[in-house]
Design a protein around this ligand. Sequence first.
Ligand SMILES: Cc1cc2nc3c(=O)[nH]c(=O)nc-3n(C[C@H](O)[C@H](O)[C@H](O)COP(=O)(O)OP(=O)(O)OC[C@H]3O[C@@H](n4cnc5c(N)ncnc54)[C@H](O)[C@@H]3O)c2cc1C
Length: 504
Amino acid sequence: MSKGQVFQYDVVVIGGGLAALTAAISAKEAGTAVAIITKGKAGMGGSSVLTNAVFSAIFSPGDTPEQFLQDMIVGSRYLTHQRLAKILAEECTYRVNELETKYRINLERERKIATPGHAFPRRVYAGNGQGRNVTTAMRDYAREIGVVFHEQASLVELLQDNGTVCGVTFDMEKERVVAYSAAVILATGGFGGLYDSTDNPRDVTGEGIGLAFRHGAKLIDMEFVQFYPYRLKTPANIDVLTKIFGKGAILVNEENERFMDKYPRQELETRDVLCYAMYQQKKVLLDFSHLSKEDLQQDSPQLYRLYQKGYTGDWVMQPVQHYCMGGIQTDEWGRTGVAGLYACGECTGGLHGANRLGGGSLTEILVFGPRVGQMAANETVPLPQKENLPLGSEDHDDRITAAMEQDMMKTLKEIMWTKVGIERSTDSLVEAATQLAAMLAQIETADGSKAKQLADKIRVAWAAAYAGSLRKESRGAHRLQNITEEKKEWEKNIVIEKSTFIGA
Ligand SMILES: Cc1cc2nc3c(=O)[nH]c(=O)nc-3n(C[C@H](O)[C@H](O)[C@H](O)COP(=O)(O)OP(=O)(O)OC[C@H]3O[C@@H](n4cnc5c(N)ncnc54)[C@H](O)[C@@H]3O)c2cc1C
């Protein structure tokens, strides 16, 4: 890695999804010099671009912020940070409407409740139900108002002066680049890419959360990870819409046995029950032979298009990791407790508690992204004199080869999927945390950006396993095989800080 360019901004935002874009836009509109640094292309990376663009807002007669707050409290199994939830309930409608008024994205509001947990219809489909239409509109807007983009760039390190953030280093086109800035906003997404089976894209691997943790930020609710059952793996990686199960489609195992037959709601059981039942099968096959062509076309158009191509092999389904409720703990302005470091989006935790309501993540981003961008812009303090800034470019060759990195990632993903996944018990979680701590010890002191990023990913995985091993109950998305009931004494959040780390 050769020493590259040096830039200076007021606010630097890491990430290229919806959280990064909303935060960058508001920091820019507050009058500061702002840059986005992201892997891939801004507006085209992360989970944000893959969604059906479902947001939540209050528009139904009789619905109120108080009712929405109440739904979030129950949905989170009483673990939501109520100050954050109240802000979301109060500000969501204004922010969702802004998609139309500010960004010219069309909105469609549902008539009937389609998402469990919401007491009123609250779903709003934006941009014809395509995440890409939302993220690209915001990317174009950000570019127009003068946000600078550093793309195909990967965060390596946070620079600090006497404990206060003063910039970052990142790798871009084989160069180590420095960007000095008084505020850094992390919007790096969740840690889905640390699981063997996930619907998150490859660039979402949690290292931003690990970096924040390494620099002293606290992590909250790390044990709560959502899994999603309706995912086709072969012949293509797509969501299968649930409507087809009400009309004759079924799931069978390798012995052609309909294993969901013994459950009252069969294939339409709650996601955790269905995921667990699927996970226990050697193979899960989708059988939609009893469905009419018309129903298939109407209810699952993507599946219909595949079927029309004449595929004759097995239609293999697999549950996937979907969403991380946990992440960096922040206040309502995205402050992380580390001076100058802010965070928003799926890399943060605390709002959704043990489970997230449908549409909750994108809405969270619309509400909190602008608050965080604004506060980061307001709180910028002058950087130290140039000669006193940390160089941040001391460079060492990577001691981790690509093959070693691949090997370690493979092991890490297996551990996460088999021990910190759908099937988890206190023993499996303890075992995982111990294995991950040992992996971290192997590379913690190795030089080079690959080693640093890998170590940060392992830190996040460890935190998820460790938090899970502490919670001695089942609650929300955390379903233990050895303790199946929810316990009143565990109606509290688990917060992990650096001093908690138990090495190998
Ligand atoms: C298939 C799918 C459908 C979904 N549908 C919905 C929905 O309809 N409604 C809803 O509310 N939620 C939905 N979700 C959840 C929601 O999409 C995500 O929680 C949300 O998009 C996260 O946005 P974000 O900006 O925080 O992160 P992301 O959109 O994941 O973006 C993270 C960004 O950070 C960048 N990055 C990561 N690490 C680094 C690094 N080290 N250096 C530089 N850049 C980095 C990535 O490249 C990426 O650009 C869905 C999720 C999936 C996977």
